[in-house]
Design a protein around this ligand. Structure first.
Ligand SMILES: Nc1ncnc2c1ncn2[C@@H]1O[C@H](COP(=O)(O)OP(=O)(O)OP(=O)(O)O)[C@@H](O)[C@H]1O
Ligand SMILES: [Mg+2]
Length: 374
């Protein structure tokens, strides 16, 4: 009997809503269908404004966007099941991450805010929806683990091989998977993934991304700029740590550019941003996963060919490849994680898998918003 779940993910890049339909009846998720639901430009612009803060009427703005996004998430789920030609009644639940509009791990107390009302998703899609996973992670102060647990489950192996799972989304994060199952799994955000390159390409090329990193590759990186970027305290801070576009954004980049004697050409800035991402990931792996032989990458950054090349160059002797090499489509890994988390929660099972992640306690994550039976 298939057990169908939907995972919905909308990440820091605000590139699209990822919607995936998976059969979770066996250990390895079977992907039935996937759909990338567009985020209308006006909504994206409003979300960016809210993410960057500083408006006077933020509460009203957030409440309105919570509704708009709830509707859009429901639309994404419905478009997905239509594509798969599967009735809503056959889907057990939706797991929805929500859109992060504020991430403040260093605030006292730490908090992280996701919007996209799950009441609306459950009501419009007619499918029970599980959401609000992150606020439980925040209490545990290990907010990356829940998402990582899915990866840990799929990628940690008993083979004599330490591995690193690398997700290159808006930010980049690593999950370190020692082959010795008694060793704890750890992970953290290494810094920016695609977010700065996207923003710089939007400003100078008018595109949403630098396709395959070709623009970055057209120029040499600017050494003083790269040194200035890498000297930021975030990169020196020991883990655990996580970050977001509240920190790594255009204002951050402009402040760094302002410290230079001369301003580099736009293409040289893009080249420097690409090296910044590659270098900060590589340095984190070298320092905190010195024995990892294999780096398995997922997230949109995997399609940035120039970035992947620079990363591999900086990790000699290690095998750097997409999760696709293990049969896991890098574009849908995160959305699948939320389908899996929804199943865990519905079955009153922990989402943070302490047995494999080393977290102190097992916790059932998220809230359940039941679909009304007609
Ligand atoms: N062909 C490509 N060339 C260059 N960059 C690409 C390409 N395809 C995707 N990307 C990059 O990947 C980004 C989207 O990645 P992804 O969806 O994993 O990030 P996200 O939504 O921010 O997720 P999260 O932050 O949750 O990990 C795009 O914004 C873009 O920068
Ligand atoms: Mg995305």
């Amino acid at each position: 009997m298939p057990e169908l779940f939907i995972g919905l993910m909308s990440g820091t890049s605000l590139d699209a809503i990822d919607a995936v339909l998976v059969d979770l009846s066996s250990q390895t998720p079977q992907q039935i269908a996937a759909h990338s639901h567009p985020l209308p430009a006006a909504l994206r612009a409003q979300l960016l404004t809210l993410c960057h803060g500083g408006r006077t009427d933020e509460l009203r703005q957030m409440a309105a966007l919570d509704v708009d996004l709830g509707r859009l998430f429901a639309e994404a789920a419905l478009a997905l099941i239509q594509r798969a030609a599967i009735p809503a009644a056959e889907v057990r639940a939706i797991g929805s991450h929500g859109q992060t509009v504020r991430h403040a791990p260093d605030h006292n107390p730490p908090f992280s805010v996701q919007i996209g009302d799950p009441n609306i998703i459950a009501q419009l899609a007619g499918i029970t929806t599980i959401a609000d996973f992150r606020r439980r992670y925040a209490i545990l102060r290990c907010e990356w683990l829940g998402q990582g647990a899915h990866l840990v489950r799929l990628l940690r192996c008993r083979a004599a091989e330490d591995r690193v799972a690398l997700n290159i989304g808006g930010m980049a994060n690593i999950t370190i998977l020692p082959s010795d199952l008694r060793q704890p799994v750890t992970g953290f955000d290494t810094g920016p993934g695609n977010v700065l390159m996207d923003a710089w390409a939007a400003r100078h090329l008018g595109t949403t991304q630098d396709d395959e990193g070709r623009w970055a590759e057209s120029a040499l990186y600017h050494e003083p700029l790269l040194a200035t970027l890498l000297s930021d305290t975030y990169f020196q801070r020991p883990p655990p740590k996580s970050t977001g576009r509240e920190y790594f954004n255009m204002a951050w980049l402009e402040a760094k550019l302002g410290q230079l004697d001369s301003v580099p050409e736009p293409a040289a800035v893009q080249a420097s941003l690409l090296i910044l991402t590659a270098q900060s990931i590589a340095a984190a792996i070298q320092r905190y996963a010195p024995h990892a032989q294999r780096v398995l990458a997922c997230g949109g950054g995997v399609h940035n060919v120039a970035l992947m090349r620079q990363l591999a160059d900086r990790l000699p002797g290690r095998h750097v490849a997409s999760t696709q090499t293990l049969g896991l489509d890098p574009d849908w890994v995160e959305a699948q994680a939320f389908a899996w988390l929804a199943k865990q929660t519905l079955e009153t099972r922990p989402g943070n898998l302490p047995s494999v992640t080393g977290a102190r306690s097992a916790v059932v994550l998220g809230g359940i918003y039941l679909a009304n039976s007609e």
